[in-house]
Design a protein around this ligand. Structure first.
Ligand code: NAD
Length: 467
């Protein structure tokens, strides 16, 4: 189904629009190996790969762009030219970019994808590709008219465990897929992070169905090589939010953690001043745009859900039952795929538990899934062929952000790091294009629609087009 963009020309002159958390550099302390490993996201990743040069940065907030330039300096790289968001078109004109990386707030991706396509630039956009049908149509139309290239950065596809699942299903080991059962748990550090800032507003993120689950919906489309057709869902704000917090007793009375006495003892709070990168990117930059990244998760203005159940029917007749919980004590997921020759099970415990700060716990780093989490758990793939003994399937265990998926994806999109061999064509096919981006997002949008109406939603009718 994927018309991979993985074969597009690598590297060249790169610009980044949206110089926040996802674009930053950091270090990861792995519990299992007791080693600091550089976690390279876009700025650092480009600097580490000689076939790409980061020449331009664009954002609403100059302080965050400066942070990235400081990082380039530390890495011995020339600074990139900084453009305010209002000068984006000028950046496209002046910088002769080969590649644009879009890492802004989800609902604004289309504002940058579309003009870059018309300027003939290869676009790499963070997921979700966008957040509503009209924006999605604009992107699809622009790709069509320009014959341009959009790659949606679904880094989860590059996690070796996920890649292995796809290989096993495609090789027919479980026969024809009939159904999928998929549960994803976000814990009260990572999960709570979606409720502290812009993600908590549906018009900015599309809610977790679009913002987060589009990763999972994309994986299922990829694993079973089918298109989603019908969606029914029920979702609610069951845990976060003012009312729930009062009922459960978790709520503390403050607006944001900065300068709040109450927040000091709130295990759900994030303290931006405690971490140098979060301090520089947000704490010290908020005077420019009032971006408060540390709001109370038990507030009354949250418009997204934290507990969601979804049923999906696919083009090959298979169905999926899916659940996302954003307030779990541990973080990870379980997937079971049933076929007419057997069943495949994937279990990943990313973080086995969380402790509050006063009991030695920390939100250090791993608040947003970009690195391996503390208290690492286990992961395994079990194949249960019919009428045979089950087998644990060996596969490469990824180290680092998103199960090692980030680095593999970065090698594919910006060229390999020195000393690394060019990845084989199997990795190139993991690239997701605009159709993959639209289909993954559409399941989330359809689920949101179903939450509101209580009705089953047909994807083709929702999008107004058959993809
Ligand atoms: N694939 C993943 O695993 C993963 C992980 C984290 C984030 N993301 C994605 O990366 C993107 C950025 O997320 P983040 O966590 O870095 O958020 P962030 O809030 O840290 O950064 C967003 C940046 O975009 C800027 N911005 C906001 N609106 C803008 C506009 N209209 N024009 C220009 N700049 C604008 C903000 O000033 C900020 O610097 C999102 O789309 C998110 O979904 C993906």
């Amino acid at each position: 189904m994927s018309q991979s963009n993985g074969q597009a020309k690598l590297g060249g002159r790169v610009g980044i629009v949206g110089t926040g958390h996802r674009a930053r550099e950091d270090l990861l302390l792995t519990a299992a190996w007791l080693l600091w490993i550089p976690v390279a996201l876009y700025t650092n990743a480009i600097a580490a790969r000689p076939s790409s040069q980061l020449v331009a940065l664009c954002d609403l907030n100059e302080e965050r762009m400066k942070y990235h330039n400081e990082l380039l300096k530390k890495l011995g790289q020339p600074e990139a030219k900084m453009y305010p968001a209002t000068d984006f078109e000028k950046m496209l004109k002046d910088e002769k970019l080969d590649v644009l990386v879009v890492t802004t707030v989800d609902a604004t991706h289309d504002q940058y994808i579309v003009p870059a396509l018309y300027a003939g630039i290869r676009v790499l956009t963070e997921k979700p590709m966008t957040t509503d049908v009209e924006k999605c149509k604009r992107i699809l139309k622009a790709v069509d008219e320009t014959k341009g290239s959009v790659q949606v950065l679904f880094n989860y596809r590059y996690n070796p465990a996920h890649w292995k699942v796809e290989e096993l299903v495609a090789s027919g080991k479980i026969g024809n897929v009939k159904s999928v059962h998929f549960e994803w748990l976000l814990d009260t550090v990572h999960g709570a992070d979606y409720f502290r800032r812009w993600h908590r507003y549906k018009d900015r993120s599309g809610g977790l169905m679009v913002h987060k689950s589009s990763h999972h919906f994309d994986l299922v489309n990829f694993w079973i090589n089918a298109k989603p057709k019908e969606v029914f869902g029920m979702g609610s704000l069951a845990f976060y939010g003012a009312e729930n917090g009062k009922k459960s007793g978790w709520a503390k009375d403050y607006y944001r953690a900065r300068d709040s006495k109450e927040a000091e003892t709130d295990p759900f709070a994030i303290h931006l001043g405690d971490q140098p990168d979060l301090k520089a990117l947000y704490h010290d930059a908020e005077h420019v745009d009032n971006y408060h990244r540390d709001m109370n998760v038990f507030a009354d203005d949250i418009t997204i859900e934290d507990d969601m159940s979804v049923l999906v029917k696919y083009s090959n007749g298979a169905t999926m039952t899916y659940h996302l919980t954003a307030y779990s004590p541990w973080e990870g997921y379980r997937v079971m795929i049933n076929g007419d020759k057997g069943r495949l099970e994937l279990e990943v415990v990313e973080s086995a538990f969380r402790l509050p700060k006063n009991k030695g716990g920390s939100a250090e780093g791993a608040v947003h899934g970009e690195k391996a989490l503390p208290n690492e758990g286990r992961q395994k793939i079990i194949l249960h062929p019919l009428w045979e003994t089950p087998q644990e399937v060996p596969y490469e265990i990824g180290k680092g952000g998103h199960g090692g998926g980030d680095d593999r994806m970065l090698d594919q999109i910006f060229g390999p790091r020195p000393g690394m061999v060019e990845k084989d064509s199997a990795v190139a096919r993991l690239g997701a294009n605009q159709i993959d981006g639209a289909l993954a997002m559409a399941v989330g949008l359809a689920a949101n629609e179903s939450f509101k109406t209580g009705k089953l939603v047909k994807i083709d009718e929702l999008l107004g087009v058959v993809l």
